[in-house]
Design a protein around this ligand. Structure first.
Ligand SMILES: [Zn+2]
Ligand SMILES: [Zn+2]
Length: 165
């Protein structure tokens, strides 16, 4: 897998005339709501914090991972490019114009997240609870509310009924 640093240099040459200094680049394993994010730095001279670009780790597991990673990094680099030039760095008209110029049609693509790995079920009402990871001791909230005054009641303890993949 190509490194973020290598991709950054490539995109920097191709779309920004090599103008951009590399920010702190990293993978973020907790990021799931977006494919990537740009975190502006601080320019206060006594507390100089470099800008960061984080790319969601899960992209590495997607089909066509490199395309997703490249597109996401390119997107975040537009935020960086605006910020460095002290422009409003949200999804402004200028942002969109640059995106178009770069031939990027995607809008910070979030590939379909991997589905749940486990399915738990309430033994009482049979409601299913898909989960990405193994759940500890949890009970069905609806049933506990209805029948146990909102307190945990082991009659409604969720049981794993399926393990996917
Ligand atoms: Zn964005
Ligand atoms: Zn229930």
């Amino acid at each position: 897998m190509v490194s973020l640093e290598a991709l950054f240099s490539e995109l920097n040459e191709k779309h920004f005339d090599g103008f951009l200094d590399a920010p702190v680049l990293g993978w973020n394993a907790r990021l799931r709501s977006a494919a990537g994010r740009f975190i502006p730095g601080s320019r206060k001279f006594f507390r100089d914090v470099p800008p960061r670009i984080e790319i969601a780790s899960y992209l590495r597991e997607e089909a066509e991972a490199e395309t997703h990673i490249r597109d996401t990094l390119a997107h975040e680099m537009i935020h960086l490019w605006l910020w460095v030039r002290r422009r409003p760095y949200g999804h402004t008209a200028e942002f969109l114009a640059k995106m178009k110029e770069m031939g990027t049609t995607r809008y910070n693509p979030v590939p379909k997240l991997r589905g749940p790995k486990y399915v738990y079920r309430c033994p009482s009402c049979a409601k299913d609870f898909p989960a990405r990871r193994k759940l500890g001791v949890l009970a069905c909230l609806d049933c506990c509310k209805r029948e146990a005054g909102g307190k945990y009641d082991r009659r409604f303890k969720l049981v794993m009924v399926a393990q996917l993949r």
